[in-house]
Write a protein that binds this ligand. Structure first.
Ligand code: HEM
Length: 244
């Protein structure tokens, strides 16, 4: 293990690649899809939160730890190590090909996504658990529609900018990661297959970005702002907390 932190480790590198798709990539796709319910208004978004709220607390926590936190931390920490160990192949070199540019961008967006996720998880799940520990009556309101609306409309809209950039970085990183994964695992060997995967990655980037940004649009729509005031809070199921 000690040697693997200073030099290339075949198994850890493959595991890093795999965890980016399963379970982290799949989690991100379902997460952004469910968040996009915000477009349909506060009731629909809060119903999604309420669904997870209804799960037994210990089962939910176990799922979060095993399927989200551990794989995500491993993928991000080992990925940061890989990114800093890589030799420069685009900036400051004569090899300024589009493939190399995409490779460098994939590393940069990985680092942005890591920083984005630290802040994002602390201010959502972290804030909710903190409110719970403080004995707040409804800790879940920290992640409900009204909280998002307030946060994103706070002048000068720095949170909105933060989320636009964070979602964009995550979307690029996952979509181009599909291309990396196909090469590393030998799924796209012929030139034809590689071109097909590259096209798929491009369109995936467009679709996932729109999906992620649509939630932000939902929180900002003027017709939803009026509903936020009168919105009835979802009564938390006793002893449980949610996880979207
Ligand atoms: C439109 C942008 C986004 C919105 C509105 C949003 C919303 C939320 C909410 C409400 C939670 C709290 C879940 C809970 O504790 O019950 C959460 C947590 C989380 N989000 Fe996001 N999210 C967004 C973008 C992303 C992106 C791009 C990723 C990338 C993978 C991501 C990954 C996570 C993770 C890992 C957690 C912690 C999950 C848990 O512990 O249950 N989010 N998000």
């Amino acid at each position: 293990m000690a040697a693997s932190l200073t030099s290339e480790n075949f198994v850890l590198h493959k595991l890093q690649s795999l965890t980016g798709i399963i379970p982290v990539g799949f989690y991100m796709l379902q997460h952004l899809t469910l968040n996009s319910f915000a477009i349909a208004g506060p009731d629909k978004f809060n119903a999604v939160i309420g669904f997870f709220e209804g799960m037994p607390f210990h089962l939910l926590l176990l799922l979060e730890i095993c399927l989200i936190w551990i794989p995500l931390l491993f993928h991000a920490v080992y990925g940061t190590f890989i990114a800093f160990r890589a030799q420069p192949n685009y900036i400051g070199t004569k090899y300024r090909w589009s493939q190399n540019r995409m490779f460098v961008l994939q590393r940069i967006t990985g680092l942005i996504a890591f920083a984005f996720l630290i802040v994002h998880v602390i201010t959502t799940t972290g804030a909710k658990y903190w409110a719970h520990a403080q004995g707040a009556a409804n800790p879940v309101e920290k992640i409900q529609f009204a909280a998002w609306h307030d946060k994103l409309t706070t002048a000068p809209y720095l949170w909105t900018l933060f989320y636009l950039i964070g979602v964009l970085a995550c979307s690029y990183h996952l979509s181009y990661g599909v291309w990396n994964f196909s090469i590393r695992w030998g799924l796209a060997i012929s030139e034809r297959a590689q071109i097909a995967v590259q096209k798929f990655s491009f369109w995936m980037f467009i679709v996932v970005t729109i999906l992620g940004w649509s939630a932000l649009v939902g929180f900002l729509l003027p017709q939803h702002a009026s509903g936020v005031e009168s919105q009835t809070a979802i009564t938390p199921v006793s002893g449980t907390l949610s996880g979207v």
